[in-house]
Design a protein around this ligand. Structure first.
Ligand SMILES: [Zn+2]
Length: 251
């Protein structure tokens, strides 16, 4: 089990867009400096959409780093993972922030709140990533091992909040073998931020309302890779259809 952080867009704070800011949020205007500005998509040459930025503390040296994630929603057909870019600002400061930005993302500004969340990987993920653990379970429960594990997973998910959007944690819906490796260390990358599609924020990965995106980061370096998956073939109720509008952001 792994403690991740759950990222929830906050509706109360969406009314007023006071971006750019040196903070963590979705949409609106991003933090940019004169050195590192808005990204252009290398395919269509238009400005990419600013999706979100994360202000992360570095435990080792007390410094902070800001990661701003951009995505081109217009260039999906030929590029199954979508075109994206990550701006990295080491020790960002408000003094260096460009405040007079004409650019604003098509993703509306939404503040976020972080909640701790416990996370347990899918059984298939365990089979690939931790066969030793699976063998131990099988020694204990025989051919009921998978069923027992699934019950445990369900219990954890009942207690925990919905971790559709989260920082770190286990990647969901992904085959362990699909997890990208750091090109420099060959270690498996770790999910930095995992995002469901959020139609209310104009965020539909792969152009689909039932898609899911994981931005992976090397544990050691600022190397990134994207994995997107559309689980639209699975039967999925429209979670916004029967929801009171006021509850949309409290799912
Ligand atoms: Zn593009």
């Amino acid at each position: 089990m792994q403690k991740g952080e759950w990222v929830q867009p906050r509706r109360d704070d969406m009314e007023v867009d006071n971006t750019p800011r040196l903070d963590t949020y979705f949409g609106g205007k991003p933090f940019v400096t004169e050195e590192i500005e808005i990204h252009e998509c290398p395919i269509c040459e238009k400005s990419m959409q600013f999706v979100c930025q994360l202000l992360m503390p570095n435990r080792k040296n007390n410094n902070k780093k800001l990661y701003a994630f951009y995505y081109c929603f217009g260039c999906l057909e030929d590029n199954i993972e979508g075109t994206y870019a990550v701006n990295i600002y080491a020790n960002p400061s408000e003094e260096n922030m460009l405040t007079e930005l004409e650019y604003a993302s098509e993703i509306p500004y939404a503040d976020v709140r972080f909640l701790p969340a416990y996370d347990i990987p899918d059984w298939e993920y365990c089979l690939d990533s931790n066969p030793q653990f699976v063998r131990k379970l099988e020694a204990l429960y025989g051919d009921k091992a998978e069923q027992t594990y699934m019950q445990l997973q369900q219990k954890v998910e009942e207690y925990a909040v919905d971790t559709g959007n989260k920082l770190k944690g286990y990647p969901r819906y992904l085959d362990y073998r699909d997890i990208p490796k750091c090109p420099r260390t060959k270690q498996p990358m770790i999910p930095l931020i995992q995002m469901e599609c959020m139609p209310q924020l104009n965020m539909n990965w792969l152009g689909s309302h039932s898609s899911y995106l994981v931005l992976f980061k090397s544990p050691t370096y600022d190397e990134f890779e994207l994995r997107t998956i559309d689980f639209g073939d699975l039967e999925e109720p429209d979670m916004f259809e029967d929801t009171d509008e006021d509850d949309i952001f409290d799912i």
